[in-house]
Design a protein around this ligand. Structure first.
Ligand code: UTP
Length: 292
């Protein structure tokens, strides 16, 4: 039976080793894209998609994420006294985006084990997963694009995009058959194929999925996968083989906040359209590009 998707899990407990030393004491999910932390974009996407309850998976040293989505009475008072009503509204608005609960993943053993930590929160309903370091921008929230396909097909859904063939070994690879438009049937997958020959296609899972609660049973007996971690892809592979999944070649621009290039692309592309600094930044960028 299809159920409404009300809950989302945002895993944000990884070590972020590809962005050290920035991530030694600061979670990569809190790195700002101009003036807003990455994870706020993700929570906003979930809220715009109709999600009411969010569980963020954290680990030691990541309490700043909780502080960010909490009220901040001293700061709020200060802003009101200074007459900065607009910023005040923005700051208070952050704490009202959704009902957020936090769960700790004790050891960074992989995305699969992070999602498993949300089992008591999720219960017996299908739910969305938004990877905490994948910011996807666009008019139509990608989480909603996936929920629509879940409602249509009643199967687990995943966001996917084509990646360059020579880089597929860094990603997952999906076995897909076209259904209609940007929607595909997914029947198999492999996480980080060791050689390009082991890949099914250059379609890779990127950043978002909708999963049935049955995924937890699969995760509980999952063997360790690529990189010595419990891989969510390995659990989705069981789903895809047993009942099939739906792949959505989503509309939106994805920024990987887990690597340095992605962080810079997100900053530059957001800055050029920013209402406050956009014009000045574009002028600066034009001048700067001439010096390259
Ligand atoms: P990544 O594999 O990109 O995160 O996971 P990582 O392990 O932090 O990366 P590196 O290789 O060390 O740089 C994607 C998302 O899943 C979360 C991460 O925080 C990130 O948002 N994650 C990953 C967890 O919550 N727990 C884990 O054990 C691993």
């Amino acid at each position: 039976m299809k159920m409404k998707i009300r809950k989302a899990v945002i895993p944000a407990a990884g070590l972020g080793t590809r962005v050290l030393p920035a991530t030694k004491a600061m979670p990569k999910e809190m790195l700002a894209i101009v003036d807003k932390p990455a994870i706020q974009y993700i929570v906003e996407e979930a809220a715009k998609s109709g999600i009411e309850d969010i569980c963020i998976i954290l680990s030691r040293g990541k309490h700043v994420v909780e502080d960010h989505f909490d009220r901040s009475p001293e700061l709020e008072d200060h802003l009101l006294k200074k007459g900065k009503r607009e910023v005040y509204d923005e700051v208070v608005g952050i704490s009202q985006l959704a009902n957020i609960t936090y769960v700790r993943q004790q050891e960074a053993k992989g995305l699969g084990s992070a999602v498993l930590c949300a089992k008591p929160f999720v219960g017996e309903e299908p739910f969305a997963v938004l990877y905490g370091d994948d910011v996807i921008m666009g008019k139509d929230p990608v989480c909603r694009q996936l929920i629509e396909q879940y409602e249509r097909h009643g199967l687990g859904c995943l966001g996917m995009k084509e990646v360059p063939f020579d880089q597929v070994t860094r990603y997952s690879s999906l076995k897909v058959d076209p259904l209609s438009g940007n929607v595909y049937r997914v029947s198999d997958m492999v996480e980080k194929p060791q050689t390009p020959e082991q890949a099914f296609s250059n379609f890779s899972i990127l950043g978002r999925c909708i999963l049935p609660p049955g995924i937890f049973q699969i995760l509980e007996s999952l063997p360790v996968g690529a990189g010595g971690e419990y891989q969510l892809t390995d659990a989705m592979k069981v789903l895809a083989r047993e009942e099939g999944m739906i792949g959505v070649d989503f509309v939106g621009t994805r920024y990987d906040m887990g690597n340095k290039l992605g962080i810079m692309q997100a900053a530059v592309e957001t800055a050029v359209n920013h209402p406050e600094i956009g014009r000045e930044f574009r002028d600066y960028l034009r001048e700067f590009v001439r010096t390259l």
